[in-house]
Design a protein around this ligand. Sequence first.
Ligand SMILES: [Zn+2]
Length: 404
Amino acid sequence: MRTKIAAIAIAFVAVAVVPAARAQVTSSRGQRLLANDHEVKHVIVMVADGMGLADVTAARIRKNGISGPSLRFETLDEVGYQRTYSQKNTVTDSAAAASAWACGEKFVNDEVCLHGDGRPNNPNLLQLAMAEGWAAGIVSTQTITNATPAAFGAHVGNRDCESEIARQYVEVTRPDVILGGGRNTFTGAVPDLCGNWGNYVAEAMGSGYTYVVNRDQLQAAVIGNARRLLGLFKGGYMTPEIMRSPTSTEPHLSEMTAAALATLDRINDRFFVMIEGAAIDLANHVEWLDAQVAEVSAFDDAVGVVLDWIDASEERRQHTLLIVLVDHETGGFALMGTEVAGAEPLGFFTGGWTFVMPPPTTPLVVAGHTGTDTMIWSQGPGSEALGKAIDNTTIYEVVKAVLR
Ligand SMILES: [Zn+2]
């Protein structure tokens, strides 16, 4: 979801920051290594859509207490933050923000790695990885054709071209693992904004993808050594955690993450994967604290799966670049209390959102995105360039430098 706000034209100056770690040496095998001798074999990009730093504080207090341990993603070695403005707006949408990471330039809101003014665009990071022979995957709790994953697998002029995005996944980009919601956009019977529709599930199955629609089928496909995996677990976006029944057959983000890692690691000793917790954004759009906390917690569980996977071997520890990113803040969330000494129990707070947009444009969307800078947590070779204040396009430069 995104909110249209009156455009404030921002003069765009591309600032490409080249990380110091790009200097390379040659190993005895003739492979180029990073200067730190830790050649990167796995790049794992995890996106917490719409999560401000206050959301992190709220989830940590609710989960671990006011002085309790950090969330898993807070334990990463490098902590930085990024500017998020898009080509024409102070406040970005998910499409322009993800395109800045995936394709290395500022884009106009709604554009997915395709400039509307005809300028050529870079191939996205997933395509660069696959061109180097790496396996690749995209995972999201949104429709998998939604803006954030789309920037890593497609080039379209508008994010609402979701059937066209599905077509590009299946016919052009062909990531090895595709997991999320969005069954309807893969089997669309009416044209999308680009005039496209079709049954891309049937096409994917015909070209080697194992297709699954629930948790049991997903786990069976992993155990059965599927080489290409298409999982579409709901017609639209996957059910937010707080609304799921105990008998839900939709896999959690942590379960999709485990399935993606197992599959990608089995088919190739190098892989790139983007994993998105999308419903933090949805919770902030509707200003629902319990839902927000549940989604940050579920996202942290997925980061925990990744960290446990990395820590299972020294080889993975040395050769995995993990980056946890936020595309934009949503709603202007803050923790509030009275400040009167001892007036409320330590750890108590009320949640408030600064974004008020009366009247609501739809019954669901209350708040919009904000233009505040967003967090970056990272670890592994290459992450030294991310523990500082950077522009979101710098993510592209850093990852591109290690995809070799
Ligand atoms: Zn949003």
